[in-house]
Ligand binder design. Structure first.
Ligand code: SF4
Ligand code: SF4
Length: 484
């Protein structure tokens, strides 16, 4: 246990930053002739791709790494890095994996389903709004919905930044929150009708207007007012004329009937939460009930049988609902995700049997299945062997145990000497010979709390009851250290 704690400490001090990795030469190898890779743009981390067409050199797209532009932390806390290529109209030409640490794709499912998922981007346009799941949208990857949503967010956010800088796209906003042109609204119209409908606007720019220069920007979200800029170029001088370009800006808003408005303005990250609304409510109610039960600790431990059944019910709920149904079991990746330690996440997560047993339902390479089954068998002879000796999350949480404010497990003056009932009954060896609780080893199973409250199990109480006398019950916050 102590060794694992050291591991976790090591992780905590090895926080690393993540960014793009490719050089122009490496990109040139990936995009051979007739393509050529231009210099990395100064305003956005993207390389232009050119193609020689006769005597002309055409821009065919931009290549960029998602980690440079949108480092969205993945499930293991590390942003996936994807090589994305879009054409000058904002259509995806390709998306490929450069590096990723999503536990479900590192092992278990492997990278093949991820590559299959990324193939779906080809031919899709940034202007369409691309989401995971739903008609006409990207197909999900079973058991990896959260990971592919993160990857989709990385791809779209990075592509939007490039589109904004290079293609004049919408102001880098969440693609799920922009309006969409309604294709069903086509009708032939005269110029007068277009003017009446507000689809065409008459703008007169005088020479005096040209003298007043304005800067502006164009946007492609039809739900928002557009700042339209008219560039005006003049030549100054005769022998070596200097070309000066200025812009005249004016605003325009498309009438609402011609686009569908964004639904409620919720950002894309909220979609995951909304999709799991029911599960979150069930979990919230369950945690509230658990909190209330722990608050009413005396009631909880007053009857040993009732406590045992409630505990079994909660454990069943944790495995069945939190684990299998909601796929939300706590894992070391929840810690490594916070500290962004991918290399250790990939190793430590394999110490846990959750991925083969719960995430992948034992459909995995036999060494992993054998490991999970072995731990289950070991648990039948060594109480909570995995929790006590192997669990990296437990090791990390043990660090928090040091910061506890209360010695909340009640003890009696007789605990340790002469009575060692709780020490023998504690399945975690968390009670010292002297009777004090070692909170670093304690799993807070409450077994000893039930014994402490029981006339039938706590030796001094049993004795006093037999003698027909009553003894005061120590308050829940009392500790061995505080005894008289
Ligand atoms: S709460 Fe459980 S693990 Fe902790 S000391 Fe008591 S019996 Fe042991
Ligand atoms: S049975 Fe009672 S006296 Fe004995 S160790 Fe447990 S709480 Fe202390």
């Amino acid at each position: 246990m102590r060794l694992l704690r050291l591991f976790v400490c090591w992780i905590l001090v090895h926080v690393s930053a993540h960014g793009g990795t490719l050089t122009q030469a490496e990109l040139a190898r990936r995009f051979p002739a007739p393509l050529t890779v231009g210099e990395k743009a100064a305003d956005v981390a993207a390389w232009p791709l050119f193609k020689q067409n006769g005597t002309r050199t055409e821009l065919v797209g931009y290549a960029f790494e998602s980690a440079d532009l949108a480092p969205v932390p993945g499930f293991a806390g590390v942003p996936p890095n994807l090589l994305v290529v879009i054409d000058p109209k904002g259509t995806f030409l390709d998306v490929a994996v450069l590096s990723q640490h999503e536990p479900v794709f590192v092992e278990g499912l492997g990278e093949a389903p991820l590559r299959e998922f990324l193939r779906q981007y080809r031919g899709r346009s940034l202007g369409q709004g691309i989401t995971v799941g739903g008609p006409g949208q990207l197909d999900r990857v079973s058991k990896a919905t959260a990971s592919v949503r993160i990857i989709n967010q990385s791809v779209l956010s990075a592509a939007l930044k490039v589109a904004l800088a290079k293609l004049g796209f919408v102001q880098g906003r969440d693609p799920g929150r922009i309006g969409r042109i309604r294709g069903d609204r086509f009708e032939p119209m005269s110029l007068a009708a277009l003017l009446d409908a507000g689809l065409v606007r008459h703008v007169r720019v005088s020479n005096a207007d040209v003298e007043r220069l304005f800067a502006g920007s164009a946007g492609l979200d039809p739900a928002r007012a557009l700042d339209v800029a008219l560039p005006v170029t003049r030549s100054k001088g005769i022998v070596y004329p200097e070309r000066i370009t200025r812009e005249i800006a004016f605003g325009y808003r498309l009438p609402a009937a011609y686009y569908t408005a964004p639904d409620g303005g919720a950002p894309a990250w909220q979609a995951s939460w909304k999709a799991r609304r029911v599960q979150l409510v069930v979990l919230g109610v369950a945690l509230a009930l658990l909190g209330a039960a722990l608050w009413q600790q005396r009631w909880l431990v007053a009857h040993a049988r009732r406590f045992a059944w409630l505990r079994r019910a909660w454990l069943l709920f944790a495995v069945g609902f939190i684990g299998y149904a909601a796929q939300a079991q706590l894992s070391i990746v929840n810690i490594t995700g916070i500290v962004r330690a991918p290399a250790w996440a990939n190793r430590l997560v394999e110490l846990e049997p959750f991925k083969p047993a719960i995430t992948l339902n034992f459909v995995r390479a036999w060494p992993f299945v054998g490991y999970a089954v072995g731990l289950l068998l070991l648990a039948t002879v060594v109480n909570k062997a995995f929790c006590r000796y192997l669990c990296p999350l437990g090791a990390a949480l043990a660090l928090l145990g040091r910061a506890r404010l209360l010695d909340w497990i009640p003890r009696r003056a007789e605990c340790g000497a002469p009575c060692r009932t709780c020490r023998h009954r504690c399945g975690y060896n968390a009670i010292a010979p002297g009777g004090a609780v070692d909170y670093e080893e304690c799993f807070q199973c409450m077994e000893c709390v039930v014994i402490h409250a029981s006339d039938a199990q706590c030796a001094p109480r049993l004795l006093e009851r037999k003698r027909g006398r009553s003894i005061p019950i120590a308050p829940a916050s009392s500790s061995i250290d505080g005894r008289a």
